[in-house]
Structure formats: structure tokens, C-alpha cells
Design a protein around this ligand. Structure first.
Ligand code: SF4
Length: 356
């Protein structure tokens, strides 16, 4: 899989998708169609502030304009076909049907004041991590900007009905964000734009398996988004077994790119480490990891493995997790142990799957 988006991986639909447009692009469309530019702001207000679900609902636009918009633009492009609520009520999984009838999922995690949405960026995933449901069948196709932005938009509308809003975004759902790079960048711009969802860049997190060119490019975008590396192993040998995709990228190169990102953006970086029984959870692995990250401004987020149907992997015992964690802490590495939410609805990390 090359770094550039392969054209055949983009779903082609004859209509343009409205939620791929910036306000400026919409104003441009208005000018080309002999409409007043302020109409663009009215439409953005209807969609992103008032939660309108069709052009027809935009009652302060004339009927001919509404008709023209409906003929030219697809909106919405996602249809919610199922929601699943975790028992504790803190996690909701949304299953979306796309226009070509493929399906993707997003997850809303409600923790304290935070309303975090975990977005998918591809149908399936090319990385095929050993512990992950999303990668089991490989990559089906890239999502478009609108398909990504609408996941957050519709969940924001759902929250607004309760007087709440999406506060944080994580690109940790289905797919490898750096392999749909142009879409990632455009989606971040729209999520962050005051004209659209207005979510601070500091509250947006991108997770990558370690696509070096993507990390470097993102560092030059002048964004202030957080970056997470799905590390999962203390050395390249184990990493190659867990993440087949990582064969393309030596670990040393990835870590250099992560350091450069931290330097350029002044953001701390996070290394995620899924603990797999008997594979990467031994004492010597913790010591090797501590040596690898010593002196770096970073956080290690330990994630005890969440079971996935059909995968014969196990979560380590609590004692092993605790020993692993204490070795990192003693080495002076800022370490968190992520309590994973939504396990009972298969919405926890690595559990999002392609739906038949
Ligand atoms: S863990 Fe992330 S990168 Fe790995 S297969 Fe799953 S979705 Fe892809």
C-alpha cells in the first residue's frame, strides 16, 4: 500500500457531497450559481448549528435554491442504521450505512464532561493488526471527507438534543488515517473550522500505526493535533508479528518521525501498547520498552487486550499488567492504563468490525 491515496480506493458517486465543502468553497459555488455569498453561511448554520437533515428543511432559502442544492449535492451521505448502548450508559456505538451500502462504525464515549467521538476513516484497514477486528479483512475503501465529517456531525446533533456537544475527536476507529491522508487533513480542517464543528485542534487526536511519510507530512501542516503511535511492541521483531504492516517501516525511523512531530508541533505524543498475553507483556518487554522511550516527552497508554471473535489472543492477568506498568513508572515514563469502555457492545479499542 503506497502512501498516496490510490484512486480506485475512493468511492466515486456522481453527486458532490456537501459536507466535504469548506465555507469558502460553498461561497464559490454560490457565486458560480449567481447566488448571494451569505447563502453559504446560512446553509452552514443550518447544517452545523441547527442540525438540519435536508436542504428542504432550510426554510430561509428560496425553493429554487433548495432544489438546485438537492440536485447537485448529496446530503446526508450517512444513514444511521443501528445504535448500541453499553450497560453503563457511557458508550454508544453507531453503525452507519454509506451510499454504496458499505458500513462503518463510530463510537461516542461519555466520560465526565468529555464527549469523545472515535471516527472511522476507511472501510476496513490495510494494517491488519493481529488483535484488531477492523483489520481482519483488509482494506475495502477509503472514506470521503463528508463520510468522516458526518460521523461527528450526526453524533453532535444527537448530543445537542440533550444540551451537550462533541468535545473531543479521536481518529482511532476503523482504518489507518495516514493512508487516507488528504481526507484526514480536510476533515480536520472542517472539524476545527468555526464555520463547521468548531472543535479545537488540541482536542483532536490522530492515531497511526507508524506511516513515516504521513507523520512527517502531518507535522508540517501547522496543525496542533495530538498524535498517537500504535506501538504495541518494544522491538521491530515482535512488532512485525503483531502489525504485519510495520514491516515497511523500521521502528527507529518511526520514533525519529514521532520526535520530529513533537518538536514541530510542541505537542506531547502518546504510545499505545496493547498488552497481549505471552506475546508482548513480559517483564523483559517492559524493560526494553522503558529503554526505548527513556528521555522522550511522551505518555505510554497501556491497553489490556479486548477480545475479538475468531482471534485466539488473551488478555494478560492483572498481576502481569501491574508489573509491566510499574517497570515503566519506575523508569520515569509517564504511564496510563486505559480503562476501556464499551466492551459489552464491541466498541472498545480494536473491536470495531466490518459489518455484513
Ligand atoms: S488497530 Fe488500527 S491500524 Fe491496526 S488494523 Fe485495527 S484499525 Fe487498522
Amino acid at each position: 500500500m503506497g502512501f498516496k491515496t490510490r484512486p480506485e480506493m475512493l468511492y466515486s458517486f456522481t453527486m458532490k457531497e456537501f459536507c466535504s465543502l469548506t465555507l469558502f468553497e460553498c461561497q464559490d459555488w454560490m457565486a458560480q450559481n449567481r447566488e448571494k455569498p451569505f447563502r453559504a453561511s446560512q446553509i452552514f448554520d443550518w447544517i452545523y448549528a441547527k442540525g438540519a437533515q435536508s436542504f428542504d428543511a432550510m426554510t430561509n432559502l428560496g425553493k429554487p435554491l433548495r432544489q438546485k442544492l438537492s440536485e447537485e449535492f448529496a446530503f446526508p451521505v450517512l444513514k444511521c442504521i443501528r445504535t448500541q448502548h453499553s450497560e453503563d450508559g457511557e458508550t454508544i456505538k453507531f453503525l452507519w450505512e454509506l451510499q454504496d451500502l458499505r458500513k462503518v462504525e463510530s463510537v461516542l464515549i461519555m466520560s465526565g464532561d468529555r464527549r469523545t467521538v472515535c471516527l472511522s476513516i476507511q472501510v476496513g484497514c490495510p494494517a491488519r493488526c493481529a488483535f484488531c477486528a477492523s483489520g481482519k479483512e483488509g482494506l475495502k475503501r477509503n472514506l470521503s471527507v463528508a463520510e468522516v465529517v458526518e460521523q461527528a456531525l450526526h453524533i453532535d446533533r444527537f448530543l445537542k438534543e440533550k444540551g451537550e456537544r462533541v468535545s473531543h475527536i479521536v481518529f482511532m476507529g476503523m482504518g489507518e488515517p495516514m493512508e487516507n491522508y488528504e481526507t484526514l487533513v480536510s476533515a480536520i480542517e472542517l472539524l476545527n473550522s468555526p464555520d463547521a464543528l468548531n472543535i479545537s485542534q488540541r482536542r483532536i487526536t490522530v492515531s497511526t500505526v507508524g506511516v513515516v511519510e504521513g507523520i512527517r507530512k502531518l507535522g508540517l501542516e501547522q496543525f496542533k493535533v495530538n498524535l498517537v503511535l500504535s506501538l504495541h511492541a518494544p522491538n521491530q521483531h515482535i512488532r512485525k508479528k503483531i502489525i504485519p504492516y510495520s514491516r515497511k517501516y523500521p521502528l527507529e525511523e518511526i520514533l525519529i518521525a514521532m520526535d520530529e512531530y513533537a518538536h514541530l508541533t510542541k505537542r506531547d505524543i502518546t504510545y499505545e501498547y496493547t498488552l497481549l498475553d505471552g506475546i508482548n507483556d513480559k517483564q523483559e518487554h517492559a524493560e526494553e520498552l522503558a529503554a526505548l522511550l527513556r528521555g522522550k516527552q511522551c505518555t505510554v497508554n497501556l491497553i489490556p487486550y479486548n477480545p475479538v471473535d475468531g482471534l485466539h489472543l488473551k488478555r494478560p492477568e492483572k498481576d502481569a499488567i501491574e508489573t509491566f506498568r510499574s517497570i515503566l513508572v519506575e523508569a520515569g515514563i509517564n504511564t496510563t492504563w486505559r480503562y476501556t469502555k464499551g466492551k459489552d457492545i464491541a466498541a472498545a479499542c480494536g473491536q470495531l468490525a466490518l459489518q455484513k
